[in-house]
Design a protein around this ligand. Structure first.
Ligand SMILES: NC(=O)c1ccc[n+]([C@@H]2O[C@H](COP(=O)([O-])OP(=O)(O)OC[C@H]3O[C@@H](n4cnc5c(N)ncnc54)[C@H](O)[C@@H]3O)[C@@H](O)[C@H]2O)c1
Length: 263
């Protein structure tokens, strides 16, 4: 589980799970290139992580839905990192709508960021991971995508988000089969974490809906009855997944959600 010196790109690093991941990886000695749309928070978090050390962090603006931006940002990041050992593709967006009312724009946004963002980041990372692996005894490389319980079970009000996250799972399983021959693993995480995205979800509920939601979560999450803390519950799992200890795991969807997704 030693990740000292590992060279890692983290997308969505300006908030929630991504911000927590960057901090934890740098605290264990990794070099992390963070990327997001929110430049003020992204740059501040990278600077704070570097200051705390012992690893280092950088920040670049990168919209994962835009192929050319991904290409440029990843190329620059890999120059700074000196190679690439892992991509953790956390950037994502969610919108709420009844299935019958989903607009074309919201459908496109869900697929552009969550699904196309996975395609763009994974394809560009693959070339760098393969090049780095070719120079390293033992080879390998890690891609970790962010799916959702919504993509497995479906969540009312999130049909477009659920569909896009299901696409992430199909992609992840297939890329894992194709890229295994290079020693590159591709896995997905389905988190259940209390983050700004979840706060935003909660803010759309009225008092009665919130009470019903909290009661439902209390019944459905065996570990604690509520979503987890990214620093305590998610970051250590990501440290494991980018480490050599996870080299024989690929194509899997790992639910880190206190048991919410138990079938
Ligand atoms: N929090 C949960 O319980 C939960 C559950 C299921 C799935 N997820 C997934 O986990 C990931 C992280 O979620 P979070 O809760 O930390 O969310 P968050 O909203 O706190 O953070 C998401 C980050 O992604 C960035 N982002 C959005 N669009 C982007 C784009 N086009 N390019 C680059 N960056 C972009 C945002 O600016 C933000 O900093 C997301 O993919 C989300 O769908 C989270």
């Amino acid at each position: 589980m030693n990740i000292e010196g590992k060279r890692i790109i983290v997308t969505g690093s300006a908030s929630g799970i991504g911000a927590s991941a960057m901090k934890a990886l740098v605290a264990r000695g990794a070099r992390v290139a963070g990327m997001d749309l929110n430049d003020a928070a992204g740059a501040a978090l990278a600077a704070a992580a570097s200051l705390a050390g012992p690893g280092r962090a950088s920040y670049q603006h990168c919209d994962v839905s835009q192929r050319e931006q991904v290409q440029t940002a990843f190329d620059e990041a890999v120059d700074w990192l000196g190679g690439l050992d892992a991509l953790i593709n956390i950037a994502g967006v969610e919108r709420k709508s009844a299935a019958e009312d989903i607009s074309q724009d919201d459908w496109d946004l869900m697929f552009d960021v969550n699904a196309r963002g996975t395609l763009n980041t994974n394809q560009v990372a693959f070339k760098h991971l393969r090049a780095t692996a070719a120079q390293t005894a033992g080879g390998g490389g890690r891609i970790i995508n962010f799916a959702s319980a919504a993509g497995v079970m479906g969540v009312p009000g999130l049909a477009h988000y659920s569909a896009a996250k299901a696409a992430v799972l199909g992609w992840t399983r297939t890329a894992a089969k194709e890229w295994g021959k290079h020693g590159i693993t591709v896995n997905a995480v389905a988190p259940g974490m209390w983050t700004p995205m979840y706060e935003h979800f909660r803010s759309r509920l009225d008092a009665a809906q919130l009470a019903a939601h909290d009661q439902m979560m209390a019944g459905q999450i065996p570990l604690g009855g509520r979503l987890g803390d990214p620093d305590r519950d998610m970051a250590p799992v990501l440290v494991f997944l980018v480490s050599d200890a996870a080299r024989f795991i690929t194509g899997q969807t790992l639910a880190v959600d206190g048991g919410l997704m138990i079938p």
